[in-house]
Design a protein around this ligand. Structure first.
Ligand SMILES: [Zn+2]
Length: 225
């Protein structure tokens, strides 16, 4: 059984909850074929940074962008890994060598862009800051970087200044509540407006937290609690 979180993972910006201004800007960039060398998405956990990064990566290699959104039907959109993405997690960031960082500059074989996502960029080892600066300031034709972080104030300023920065804020609980009600209706989950708002209100502005709580609610209400 697929989790609700996976099932309702946004595949384009229209499906993403909140962040209207960022979605407009990023969609506009996609529709004009502009992908900045380095984008930094920063904000609290679970508010949509990884979803936005995935949508941008998918859009970068989509063969048929429609109104700034990936078509979700072309070869690159439907492939398992849908785009050439390298996704680095914090433990990688601590052990990456400078030469590994430099290897990221080579052009992808099959795709237009090599999209490199660095999670928790604030954990980049101090010895790697200058290597990363060089990567970000080189104007690579086929490589793009998406940096993710929960803590703007912990990122080296030289990394911030070389990136297009998008700050993600917690989502309004009324918006989350409305979204939960829509999902509950589709899934046949019993959920009143006040229950939806209560879940949204204790989810710290995070749709990811909220949908997990909705799943728990669905199971408990099914058992007649
Ligand atoms: Zn496509």
């Amino acid at each position: 059984m697929e989790s609700l979180e996976n099932k309702y993972q946004p595949l384009d910006f229209n499906q993403m909850i909140g962040h209207e201004k960022h979605k407009h800007t990023l969609t506009k960039m996609n529709s004009e074929g502009y992908f900045p060398q380095s984008i930094l998405f920063v904000g609290p956990p679970g508010v949509g940074k990884t979803s936005a990064a995935t949508i941008m990566a998918r859009s970068a290699n989509c063969q048929n962008i429609v109104d700034g959104a990936p078509c979700l039907a072309c070869k690159n959109c439907t492939e398992k890994n849908f785009a050439y993405i390298e996704n680095f997690i914090p433990s990688d960031l601590k052990t990456l060598s400078i030469s590994q960082l430099e290897d990221l500059c080579s052009a992808p074989v099959y795709y237009k862009y090599r999209v490199v996502i660095f999670n928790n960029i604030e954990l980049l080892a101090p010895t790697h800051i200058s290597g990363m600066q060089k990567l970000l300031e080189n104007n690579f034709r086929h490589t793009r970087f998406i940096l993710l972080s929960n803590h703007l104030n912990k990122i080296d300023p030289s990394i911030i200044s070389r990136s297009h920065v998008f700050e993600f804020n917690p989502i309004n609980p009324h918006k989350i509540s409305k979204w939960l009600l829509t999902i509950a209706k589709k899934e046949g989950i019993k959920l009143t407006e006040s229950e939806a708002f209560r879940i949204a209100d204790i989810s710290d502005g995070s749709p990811r937290n909220a949908i997990k709580k909705l799943e728990v609610h669905a199971f408990s209400s099914r058992n007649g609690c």
